[in-house]
Write a protein that binds this ligand. Structure first.
Ligand code: HQG
Length: 177
């Protein structure tokens, strides 16, 4: 596996399925670095140096070590229920959500739901939202009236790598762009 593939695998392990390499995450999403390396290295060339390189160079800063680098976790994006200590924060007036055309009919009725993840992910800018949307086919953009939501009592969080998160977005706060 190249670095990108290992990074994808790391996302799978640290956000969704730690059991694929026989490890588990603690309640704050941390995995033991030694166990993680041993688990991945069973079938791949992998060591601390490669792990440190991935964490340092990841284009979305997806992972963090603890201070002494004995533990590692994903900063956001989990489907397994963990508490990474997200900071509650007042969002900007508007944020973006990129999705695939195939989801539009359902979203226009139901609003945005987290589906398999813990939160709905929102992007600060249009370009990022287009990229996120493209992962699901023909990209569709929604502008989200986050300021209004916030004043209506909805809670928002920002992960340490800058992704905006909220539990759900009713359709009335969405506008197709
Ligand atoms: C859609 C990547 C039908 C939602 C990205 C999305 C992001 C609905 C899909 C991060 C719906 C879930 C998360 C409804 C929402 N009916 N479909 N009511 N409500 N959906 O992958 O936001 O590279 O779980 O629009 O950059 O695409 O992995 O979420 O299309 O930040 O770090 O259901 O993942 O980051 O898809 O992506 P996902 P997402 P990483």
């Amino acid at each position: 596996m190249g670095l990108t593939e290992v990074s994808r695998y790391l996302s799978l392990i640290l956000r969704h399925k730690p059991e694929v390499i026989g490890i588990s995450l603690d309640e704050h999403g941390w995995a033991d670095v030694e166990d993680l390396i041993a688990g991945i290295a069973r079938d791949n060339e992998f060591n601390m140096e490669i792990l440190e390189e991935i964490v340092a160079t990841d284009n979305k800063q997806r992972y963090s070590f603890n201070e002494d680098k004995t533990l590692i976790r994903a900063n956001q994006g989990h489907s397994v229920p963990v508490d990474v200590g997200l900071e509650e924060k007042e969002p900007p007036e508007l944020l973006w959500h990129g999705t695939g055309e195939k989801f539009v009919a359902s979203i226009d009725v139901q609003g945005l739901i987290p589906k398999s993840r813990l939160y709905v992910h929102l992007s600060a800018d249009e370009e990022t939202a287009v990229k996120v949307g493209r992962r699901h086919g023909n990209p569709i953009l929604y502008q989200v009236k986050t300021g209004l939501m916030y004043r209506d009592g909805y809670k928002f969080y920002q992960s340490v790598n800058g992704v905006w998160l909220t539990k759900d977005v009713p359709a009335e706060y969405l506008e197709r762009r």
